[in-house]
Design a binder for this molecule. Structure first.
Ligand code: HEM
Ligand code: SF4
Length: 590
C-alpha cells in the first residue's frame, strides 16, 4: 500500500514526536465569503451538514485537524527533524499543499510540483529550477506535465527552506499545487503569439492563480476544497487545453452587444458589435470509476469577469461540494446532485448578480494543433519553435541549455504545452537557422517521427507509488521499436498512464494504455488496458476501453496491429522483425 493508502492506514496513529513543532497546529482561519471576510474556525463548517459529518472520511479529518498551509511556517523545523521523524499526515498529505510530494518509491526524496500560470516560465526561472535539480546529481530531474507545469525530482526536505526562499525571489511558487487544491491553471500555449488568437489568456490565468493563492503566498480560503479542481482558459480556436477535461473551463465565444448571441450571418455592422468572451463548462473529471466530459453551465462571461466567476464557483464547490466519499467528491457529483440549473442559480447567488446565458456557439472550430515545428507569430518577422521533449523528461543540463537558447535566440521566454512539450517564442527570422543547428534541437526535435510526436506518459512506477506499471521508459522503448518497423502516415497520439487514476489521460488518445496487472503463464505481470477513439480539439470526445489486461511483454505486436489496421501504418520491410504480420510463406519467398 502506498501514498493515499498509507495515509489512510496511518492517520490518527501518527508518530509521537519528542520535540514539538514551533508553530501551533490550530486550524487555520478561513473566510466564509471568499479570500477575505469573516473567519470560520473549522474546515468542516464549510460544508453542507448532510455531507460533512466530521471525520466522514480520513482526508477530511487530516484537513480539519490542521491546514497544510500552516506547514509553511514549520519548514525550518521539518527540515531539521528530517523526513523519518515527521508526522506522517504532515509528510504524506499536508506538505502537498505546499507542492511537496513525499515519494514512497524513493525514500527520503520529495517531488516538488510548481505552479506556472498558462505554462509560461522565464529563462531565469528555468535556470534556478535547473540548479535545484542539479544539486541532486543523478537523482535530480524534472518532468513537464500534462497541465503545462513542471515537477522537480530528488528534492530533500533539509533543502526546502532555501529552495522556497529562492523561488520566492524569482517570483515562482509551488503553493496549493497538490491534494484538495486548484491545480495549475492552463491557458492557450500560443497566447499573444497566434495570428488567429481571440483572447490572450496569459493575464487571465495569472489573475486566477493570484486570486486562488493570494499572489503565491498561500490562501487558506481555498486549501480545503472537497477534492482537486482543474481550471483551463482557452483563447484560440483549437482547444489546445483539453477544456472538456477540466472542472471549470472557459471557451472563447462571441456575444452581440445587448445580450443576444452574435454568430453566423452577421452583417458588417452587427459584426462590429460582437463582444468576445467565454462560454463556461463545468464538471470535467477522470477518476478510476468515472470519466466525464465537462457540461455547459449556460453562462457567457466577458474576460473581465473570469476571476470573479472562478472565485464564485470555487466558493460554491468549497461550501457545498460532497465530502463524505472521496470517490464522489469532484465538482461533477455536486452538479449531478443539484442539476445544472440549481448549480447555476447558486453560482449567481454567490456572485451576487445574474449571469448572461451562453452564446449559442463557441469558437472551437479547428482541429487541435500540437505546436511542434517552426511557425510565424502574429508579430512580423518573429517565430515560435515547438520542441518535442520525449515523455516530458528533462535533466539539469537540458534546462540550462533551454534557458540559454531562449535568451540567445528569443526573449528568454519558454512555454509548456499539455503534450509535455515546450515552445520557445519570439525568435527573429534571421536567428532561426542557428537555433535549429543547436545540438539540443536534434534531441528535442522540431520534426519528430509521427509516433514519437504524439507520445505522452504519466510518471509511472519509477517515482509514483500508485503505479501498477513502469510507463515513461517503456513508452519510449515501444515507440522507438515501432518506429523502426513501421511507416506511420500521420501523428498518432499514444498516451500511457500507470494506473486507473488516469493522470496520463488515456481517454483522449488515439491509443491509450492504462497500467493494470495481468496474468501470463500463471504469473502476475505488468499489463495494460487499451483505450481507443479519444478525440481532441473542436470535436473532443472521450475514448473507450477496447481491450483488457494485455501483458506488457505481449503488447508490441498488438500495438503494431492496431497501427496498421486503424491508422494506416505500413511495415517498413518484410524481414523477420515483421513476421507477425506477414504469413511465413511470403517471408520465405523473399
Ligand atoms: C483520481 C485520483 C488521482 C490521484 C490519486 C492522482 C495522484 C497523482 C500523483 C501522486 C501524482 C504524482 C506522481 C509523480 O509525478 O510522482 C500525479 C501526477 C499527475 N496527475 Fe494525478 N492523480 C489522480 C488523477 C488525475 C487526473 C484525473 C488527472 C488529469 C487528467 C491528473 C493529472 C496529473 C498530472 C498532470 C500529473 C503530473 C504528471 C503527469 O504529467 O502525468 N491526475 N497524480
Ligand atoms: S496515473 Fe500515473 S502519475 Fe497518476 S497516480 Fe497513476 S501512476 Fe501515478
Amino acid at each position: 500500500m502506498t501514498d493515499a493508502g498509507e495515509i489512510l492506514a496511518k492517520v490518527g496513529k501518527t508518530k509521537a514526536d519528542a520535540t514539538e513543532p514551533p508553530v501551533s497546529t490550530d486550524k487555520t482561519q478561513r473566510s466564509a465569503g471568499g479570500s477575505s471576510g469573516g473567519a470560520l474556525p473549522q474546515a468542516q463548517n464549510l460544508t453542507d451538514a448532510g455531507d460533512s459529518t466530521p471525520g466522514a472520511n480520513k482526508f477530511e479529518r487530516i484537513k480539519a485537524a490542521k491546514d497544510g498551509l500552516v506547514l509553511k511556517q514549520e519548514l525550518d523545523y521539518l527540515a531539521k527533524i528530517g523526513w523519518e521523524a515527521m508526522d506522517e499526515a504532515d509528510r504524506d498529505f499536508r506538505l502537498r499543499v505546499l507542492g511537496l510530494f513525499y515519494r514512497t518509491v524513493t525514500p527520503g526524496k520529495f517531488m516538488l510540483r510548481m505552479r506556472l500560470a498558462n505554462g509560461v516560465i522565464t529563462s531565469g526561472q528555468m535556470r534556478v529550477l535547473a540548479e535545484i535539480v542539479q544539486h541532486y546529481g543523478d537523482e535530480g530531474n524534472a518532468d513537464i506535465t500534462t497541465r503545462q507545469n513542471i515537477q522537480l525530482r530528488g528534492v530533500r526536505i533539509e533543502d526546502v527552506p532555501e529552495i522556497f526562499h529562492k523561488l520566492h525571489q524569482i517570483g515562482l511558487t509551488s503553493v496549493q499545487s497538490g491534494v484538495d487544491n486548484v491545480r495549475n491553471i492552463t491557458g492557450s500555449p500560443l497566447a499573444g503569439l497566434d495570428p488567429e488568437e481571440l483572447i490572450d489568456t496569459r493575464g487571465l490565468c495569472r489573475k486566477v492563480q493570484d486570486m486562488i493563492t493570494k499572489n503565491g503566498e498561500g490562501n487558506p480560503a481555498f486549501t480545503n476544497l472537497p477534492r482537486k479542481f482543474n481550471i483551463a482558459i482557452a483563447g484560440c480556436r483549437d482547444n489546445s487545453v483539453h477544456a472538456e477535461l477540466n472542472d471549470l473551463a472557459f471557451i472563447p465565444a462571441f456575444k452581440r452587444a445587448g445580450g443576444a448571441e452574435g454568430a453566423e450571418g452577421a452583417g458588417e455592422e452587427e459584426f462590429s458589435e460582437r463582444r468576445i468572451g467565454f462560454n463556461v463548462i463545468v464538471g470535467g473529471m477522470f477518476s478510476p470509476k468515472r470519466y466525464a466530459a465537462a457540461v455547459p453551465l449556460n453562462v457567457w462571461v466577458p474576460p473581465d469577469d473570469v476571476v470573479a466567476l472562478s472565485e464564485a464557483i470555487l466558493l460554491v464547490y468549497r461550501n457545498h461540494g460532497l465530502r463524505a466519499n472521496r470517490q464522489k467528491s469532484r465538482l461533477m457529483y455536486l452538479v449531478d446532485q443539484w442539476g445544472i440549473e440549481r448549480f447555476r442559480a447558486e453560482v449567481e447567488n454567490q456572485i451576487g448578480h445574474s449571469l448572461e446565458t451562453a452564446a449559442e456557439k463557441d469558437e472551437f472550430l479547428w482541429d487541435k494543433r500540437d505546436h511542434i515545428g517552426v511557425y510565424p507569430q502574429k508579430q512580423p518577422g518573429l517565430n515560435f519553435v515547438g520542441m518535442h521533449i520525449p515523455i516530458g523528461r528533462v535533466y539539469a543540463q537540458d534546462m540550462f541549455d533551454l534557458a540559454r537558447m531562449a535568451e540567445v535566440y528569443g526573449t528568454g521566454e519558454i512555454r509548456f504545452t499539455v503534450e509535455q512539450n515546450l515552445i520557445i517564442p519570439n525568435i527573429p527570422d534571421s536567428r532561426l537557422e542557428p537555433f535549429l543547428q543547436e545540438p539540443l534541437s536534434e534531441r528535442f526535435s522540431v520534426n519528430p517521427d509521427n509516433l514519437m510526436r504524439g507520445l505522452v506518459s504519466c510518471t509511472g512506477s519509477q517515482f509514483c507509488g500508485f503505479a501498477l506499471i513502469e510507463t515513461k521508459n517503456r513508452a519510449l522503448a515501444f515507440v522507438k521499436a515501432l518506429e523502426a518497423e513501421l511507416s506511420v502516415p500521420r501523428p498518432i497520439r499514444i498516451h500511457w498512464t500507470g494506473c486507473p487514476n488516469s493522470c496520463g489521460q488515456p481517454q483522449v488518445a488515439d491509443i491509450g494504455l492504462m497500467g493494470t496487472k495481468g496474468r501470463k503463464n500463471g504469473q502476475v505481470v505488468e499489463a495494460v488496458d487499451i483505450w481507443m477513439e479519444g478525440k481532441v480539439g473542436h470535436e473532443a470526445e472521450l475514448g473507450k476501453r477496447v481491450m483488457k489486461g494485455i501483458p506488457c511483454d505481449d503488447l508490441k505486436p498488438v500495438l503494431r496491429d492496431l497501427l496498421i489496421e486503424h491508422f494506416g501504418a505500413i511495415p517498413k520491410s518484410t524481414d523477420r522483425s515483421t513476421e507477425y504480420f506477414i504469413p511465413p510463406a511470403l517471408v520465405d519467398e523473399q
